[in-house]
Structure formats: structure tokens, C-alpha cells
Design a protein. Structure first.
Length: 582
């Protein structure tokens, strides 16, 4: 038998995605200077260039297009996914899709294969195995009081095309160039030089863009080039994912609707993510007996097949399976110590900024929240509504929240996979997804106001503090009581000012400013939308002539105090502080 290295070279069905792989081919821009003086600048101009066009890169392009900013993304892979991955879209991601007008379509795609409220299940074996635990199940009645959206089970192979196919949904569009690699970037005081080529050629093109966002994965060359450090619990194990095709529909029964099915028995620990109603999927192997480490090239096709049967609880005589790729990847818990370059024009988002174990389904969703945070800020700066200094808030807001989420994913790994005893402390799933509160950033606390001590809210009883998520409440059409929207549906591309008093001076103050602000008075009798039971007033903590200013990402930017005069000047001063622009 040849060496592991030889076997790795011979197997075209092995995919090495480990963070410490010695075979990692670094992009040229990690290796020093690159002479681009003879390459002319391309005529096309892109306000934002995105490195990487997987899930987070695609979402960022969509969000920028929604805000009227065109972008182009480059990804060295011929398609966005080289290996199947598990995917569940949490409440926060569903709210983002709702804002983009894609939530209903995504839900329909999910319903074709999954039960939206099924959650995760832990069993002794997939077929006829004892149920050991139910995880991440949500009470629909409680959820609808907190968010208009749902947790969506959908495979990444289904979700990424939704974003890709809608890249031109908004007027400016988002161009995606697969099979193209960024070989060099160079940050300058007024922009970033980016050199790109189709993979395997020397047909270089050079662009200059005001901003670059790197969504280039856990082995991010951008992070390496910028000298950004990882912090966190570290590498947990070298893991194995195996894609397969097998018609398991006769055996699954009600388990077919679950997004993730964990398996735990004396032989093996792992989990299934089904596709196509149970006709294909992904097997994740956590341990085989005492073995918990699977270095690249260390697993044969025969071993992978046997482990599939051990997890399934079936034999080869009962079910024929076609084993596809074997993906070796590092299960780790790290977050970057900063998300921006020293020059302030290159940003990290997604796996380049944080990696975490898949327990809890937090990784990709956290990356999508990164994109949601930075997209409106880039748009405001590029449109002249804010100064470049606003972009400093991206790091100030997302870095601590990313770190918090990494630690929560790690706690779930300790409890669900390692079975730590006593269990690691966990914050409630819905608080992790919807309750996080930014410690500092593009928002302003009223004078003398002290934010809550905890770094997160209980979404059922929100603090409505600046830096926290604007709360959901159902609003009714004043002309047709059968129609309703969520308060979150009022959040669009502009800033939003909400007041509950019909004579609120803050509404007139907002209309007198040059920056566009959408304004609404919302109370029991307001038009066009009314708050029949006063839920928004209660959850947003609006009293008297108070008002709240909400950012385009749905976070509260400022709470207006009840002052007697000078409302326009006070609001103008708050905007100057938040947007860093006179």
C-alpha cells in the first residue's frame, strides 16, 4: 500500500479542505510583490470587488445590489460548491431574505423536502434506531411573537442557486465570475488595485475599486496577507464528510423531514444531511469507536461505505449506495482579531473572519449577518451619505459578535458531539440568532443612558437599546384589517424613524434633512399601518414623544429623547455622530 500522500494524489474523489493542509496552494498575492505595471487598468469600474463567490459572497453581492451598488465577485472554483455541505437558515438569515423579497421563494424550496419545524434529532441509527434527543425545535406560537420569519432547512446546493439566479434582481445587479482567481491586490490611499485572471491562464485584468471584501474561506489568503490573527478554542479535530447517492426513501419514514439527523452508538458517531427527499446526501463522520481524527487521504472508499452502513443501520444487501467525494476538513473554533486591513479598504466576511463547528448551524448564518452589516455601510459611504469612517464600525460591531457566536458553536460541539459532563453553558438558540447586541459602533446612546449589562437580549422581551435589533410586531393595514405586515417590513434601504405620537416633532425634523429617512407614526389608529394592540409601542419602548431611528440592517441607531425644541438640530447631530459625516 502506498503512502497517505500517494493515495491522496491518486484519489480524484478526495477533497482536502483542512486548515493545516501542506498542499494548500496559496494565491500569488500572499507571496510578496507582483509587478502589474504593464497591465492596463480595465475600463469597467466596480465600487466593490468581492473575493470569493460562495454563500456569503453571493449574499453580499445581492445586498449591495439591493442598496443600488454594483459589484463583481471572483471565485477560483468553476462553480460555487466543490462538496456538499449542510445548511440551515436561521431566523436572522430569513429576516434578511425577507428584506430582499426572497423569503417566500426560499420557504417553498425548503418545503419540497423538509418540515420547517422538525429541528434536529439524535438517534442510535438512522433506520429504526432509538431516538435519544431532539434539538433546536421551535414553538411556532412563541416564534411568531418574536419574528415574522422561520428557521429554514435547505441544503446549500439548493440555497446558493437561489442567490446566484437572483443576482440581477436589482437594477445594478451583481456580476459573478467563477473560474477566476485574484492573484494580487494592493491597497492604496484612494482605493485597491486588484489583478485577476482566469484560472490556468496569464490573461490578466487589472481593476481599481474603492473597496474589497474578502469572502475567501477559512484558509483565506487575504487574512494571511493582512497578518490578521486567529483567536479561540482552536482546532477540534480533522473531520470527514462523505457525499453519497442512495434511495433511502423506503426506510426514512418521518425522519426524512429533519434537517440534520445525528447518529450516536458504540460503533460510530456522525450525522446525515439528506437531499432530494432522501435520495442523496452528506454523511458527517465524527468518530469511529475511539478514533476522532481523519487526516487527508486516510480513508478508503470501502471504509467510507462501511461507516455509511453503520450509521444507517442497514446492510449492503438492503441498500446499494454510490459513494461520491470524501471531504477532509478541519473542525475548529476561531475568530479573527480584526476584520479590516490596516488601510481600512479591505474587509473580511464569512469563514475568512471566523470558523466554527457546524453544531447549531451558526457558521454560514454568521457570515450572512456579516454581509448584511457591511453592505448598507458601503452603500452609504459610496453614495455620500456617510464618510469613510463609518466603515470602522463594521469591525467594532461584528468582531465581538462573531467571537461570541464562535464560542456558542463550540459549547454546542462540547455538548452534542463530545457529550461534555457537566455541559458547557449555552445561551438560548434564539437569543444567539436574534438577541445579540453590538457593544459599540454606528449608533448613539442618549445622554446618561446605560445599556444593559448582558451582551444580548432575550428576544421575547427586547431592550430596544441602541445597537440592538429593532423588534418585530404585527401591524395592520388601516384600510383593510385583513392585511398585515411586520414592523421589520418598514426597514428598507433608507434610515427609518418610528414615532408613536401623532404630533411627534421628530417626524417633521426627519423630513427637513437632506439624507433620506423613511418616517412612520405607528399607534392604535395610525395610517397607513396601525398597531392595534400597542405591541410595537411596548416592544420598542416608545413613550410620549419618543422616537427610534433604525438602520437599514434593522438595528436601532438612536433613541430620540423628549426635548422641547431644536428637534432638527438634535437629529442632525445624532446623524453626524452615527454616520461620521458633517
Amino acid at each position: 500500500m502506498g503512502s497517505i500522500q500517494e493515495n491522496t494524489r491518486q484519489r480524484s474523489d478526495d477533497v482536502d479542505e483542512t486548515l493545516t493542509a501542506t498542499s494548500l496552494k496559496k494565491s500569488a498575492f500572499t507571496d510578496g510583490d507582483f509587478d502589474h505595471s504593464q497591465i492596463p487598468l480595465a475600463e469597467e469600474q466596480w465600487p466593490v470587488i468581492i473575493i470569493g463567490s460562495s454563500m456569503v459572497g453571493k449574499m453580499l453581492g445581492l445586498l449591495l445590489g439591493y442598496h443600488g451598488i454594483k459589484s463583481i465577485s471572483f471565485d477560483r472554483h468553476p462553480s460555487s460548491g466543490t462538496h456538499p455541505r449542510a445548511a440551515g437558515l436561521n431566523f436572522r438569515t430569513s429576516e434578511i431574505l425577507r428584506q430582499l423579497g426572497l423569503e417566500d421563494f426560499t420557504l417553498e424550496q425548503s418545503k419540497s423536502e423538509f418540515d420547517l419545524n422538525a429541528g434536529m434529532v439524535v438517534v442510535e441509527k438512522l433506520v429504526n434506531g432509538k431516538t435519544l434527543a431532539h434539538l433546536q425545535e421551535h414553538d411556532p406560537e412563541k416564534v411568531k411573537e418574536i419574528t415574522p420569519s422561520q428557521w429554514v432547512w435547505i441544503s446549500q446546493s439548493m440555497f446558493e442557486p437561489i442567490m446566484g439566479d437572483n443576482a440581477e434582481k436589482f437594477q445594478v445587479g451583481a456580476v459573478q465570475q467563477h473560474g477566476h482567481e485574484v492573484v494580487h491586490y494592493e491597497e492604496q490611499s484612494d482605493g485597491v488595485i486588484v489583478v485577476v485572471r482566469p484560472v490556468g491562464t496569464n490573461d490578466f485584468k487589472k481593476y481599481k475599486a474603492p473597496y474589497v471584501v474578502a469572502c475567501d474561506g477559512g484558509r483565506s489568503p487575504t487574512r494571511q496577507k493582512e497578518g490578521i490573527k486567529w483567536d479561540g478554542p482552536g482546532v477540534l479535530r480533522n473531520s470527514l464528510g462523505v457525499s453519497f447517492e442512495a434511495d433511502m426513501t423506503p426506510y426514512l419514514g418521518t425522519r426524512a423531514v429533519h434537517g440534520v439527523i445525528y447518529v450516536a452508538n458504540s460503533k460510530i458517531g456522525g450525522g446525515f444531511r439528506m437531499d432530494k427527499g432522501g435520495k442523496k446526501g452528506l454523511l458527517m463522520v465524527n468518530n469511529v469507536g475511539e478514533r476522532t481524527d481523519f487526516p487527508p487521504g486516510s480513508v478508503t472508499a470501502e471504509e467510507a461505505k462501511q461507516w455509511f452502513y453503520d450509521c444507517a443501520g442497514l446492510g449492503e444487501e438492503e441498500l446499494k449506495v454510490d459513494m461520491k467525494t470524501r471531504s477532509y476538513w478541519t473542525m475548529a473554533a476561531y475568530s479573527a482579531d480584526r476584520l479590516v486591513s490596516r488601510g481600512g479598504r479591505v474587509f473580511l466576511a464569512g469563514d475568512s473572519a471566523h470558523v466554527m463547528p457546524p453544531t447549531g448551524g451558526l457558521g454560514g448564518n454568521t457570515g450572512l449577518a456579516d454581509a448584511h452589516n457591511i453592505a448598507w455601510k458601503l452603500a452609504f459611504v459610496l453614495k455620500g451619505f456617510a464618510s469613510h469612517a463609518l466603515l470602522e464600525s463594521y469591525n467594532n460591531e461584528r468582531q465581538p459578535v462573531d467571537t461570541f457566536t464562535v464560542l456558542q458553536a463550540h459549547a454546542r460541539f462540547q455538548n452534542r458531539v463530545v457529550r461534555q459532563n457537566p455541559p458547557a453553558p449555552e445561551v438560548d438558540d434564539i437569543a444567539v440568532e436574534l438577541g445579540y447586541r453590538y457593544p459599540k459602533g454606528a449608533f448613539l446612546h442618549p445622554g446618561g443612558y446605560l445599556p444593559p449589562k448582558e451582551s444580548y437580549d432575550a428576544p421575547a422581551s427586547p431592550s430596544a437599546a441602541a445597537g440592538s435589533r429593532f423588534p418585530h410586531a404585527w401591524l395592520v393595514d388601516a384600510s383593510d384589517a385583513s392585511k398585515r405586515i411586520s414592523s421589520l417590513d418598514l426597514v428598507k434601504q433608507n434610515l427609518l424613524l418610528i414615532a408613536s405620537d401623532n404630533e411627534s416633532p421628530w417626524i417633521d425634523a426627519a423630513k427637513g434633512l437632506q439624507i433620506p429617512i423613511d418616517t412612520y407614526t405607528v399607534n392604535e389608529s395610525s395610517k397607513p399601518w396601525r398597531d392595534p394592540e400597542g405591541r410595537l409601542k411596548q416592544r420598542a419602548r416608545l413613550q410620549g414623544r419618543d422616537a427610534v431611528l433604525v438602520r437599514p440592517d434593522g438595528f436601532i441607531a438612536w433613541r430620540a429623547e423628549n426635548v422641547q425644541s431644536g428637534h432638527e438640530d438634535v437629529l442632525k447631530g445624532a446623524l453626524q455622530s452615527i454616520l461620521k459625516k458633517n
